[in-house]
Design a protein around this ligand. Sequence first.
Ligand SMILES: O=P(O)(O)OC[C@H](O)CO
Length: 467
Amino acid sequence: MSENSKATSTSTAAQAKKGGLFSFFEPAPHIPRLPDAEVAKLYPKYRLQVFMSIFIGYATYYLTRSNFPMAAPHLIRNLGFTTADIGNVRAALGLAYGLSKFVMATWSDRSNPRYFMAAGLFLSGVVNLFFPLTTSVTIMFILMFLNGWFQGMGWPPSGRTMTHWFSVSERGTKMAIWNCAHNIGGGIIAPICIWALFSFGWQGMFYVPAVIAIAISFFIIATLRDTPQSVGLPPIEEYKNDYPVAAKGIDAEKELSVKEILFKYVLNNKYVWTIAIANAFVYCVRYGVVDWAPTYLMHMKQLSVKNAGWGYFIYEYAGIPGTLLAGWLSDKYFRGRRSPVSFIYMIAVLAAVFVYWKNPAGNPLVDIIALATIGFLIYGPVMLIGVSALDMVPKKAAGTAAGFTGLFGYLFGTVGASSGIGYAVKAFGWDAGFYILIGSCLLAMLFLLFTWNYKPTCEADDAACKA
Ligand SMILES: O=P(O)(O)OC[C@H](O)CO
């Protein structure tokens, strides 16, 4: 039996056993292979199409995630919410998102991203339509928890798409480009919300992103496709002659059960645990710097509200070139190794955090440059840890591995960034907050060291990789 027909029969058999309420989520069945001339013509077209789909899709996910901080001052002014209320609602998002990114990934890895990713965005949009209808903090907390849960349906199907349409040696570069979607979505929400505010009042800051999200969910259905084999193309490994170590000696096309995904490939994988722990510290720096930047810059460096806001904007957008450079360096100079690039980036983050801390008040340009430098650098490790997770397991378990690192990032990292730094600053002053950031940089580097030599790509002459 050829590899292609073996894979096809496996997929079809899996299909036959399922069914039920969520049957439309099931992986698309494989269809017979197209002639070589068609394959050569269609593969690049589909790769571009699915890439655009998950890029635009994930940027839109950020619209219904990042609109709440923009709307928060208006909820305080118009509904009488306190900053503590706002903090609690925001906490619901981080908590639900971190859990969902992992839990829903176990489902996503066994689902067609065309419908799975679209469903999450659609539901997040629908939840956003309800925010302006309530004045209750409790209901808003519940809505935000639901929103966070549906938000967790964005990254895992994107990861599944990347691992099925892009081979391991190009993944650093391609994932880096895709990863910029979240910077673009997180940045463009500001002008969208300002326009919505002046056009429809503060309620528009929920309605407009919601309508965009619902519309884009249909765009995802129209453009995203599950696997290359589901449209008559060969698997990406064969097309690019590029085979991952994680698939060595197994049938890489076999859809896996939850038990196999969790206990055979993710939770018993020491490398995945190591980068998940590193991710907690990287996320503590990511959110610890950006979330506290306006407060720190205004209180300690006497920056105006406007300049502090600019610092926030620059942090997000400086992340784009930094991310692209990190992905390119990893593919080009480290032959797919991700941790050395992340480690080098974290050394530089450490230096920039030190300058941001020690720069005396009255030199706002130095503060803004330090903040931009941290933004430029921190998204490299944020992205590369996700790529490492995809690299370390077979592609049918990739979303779950990335979701596991996200669980650590959001549950532990963002808690350290918000409550940890908040408590430390209140009790001991800003120096204590910076000790946490510096310590997080050092611990992230320590855990990255353990995967320094992890190499995801098979040697060209390794026959077992292609079995
Ligand atoms: O924080 P997340 O889950 O939105 O992920 C952001 C980046 O895409 C990580 O690669």
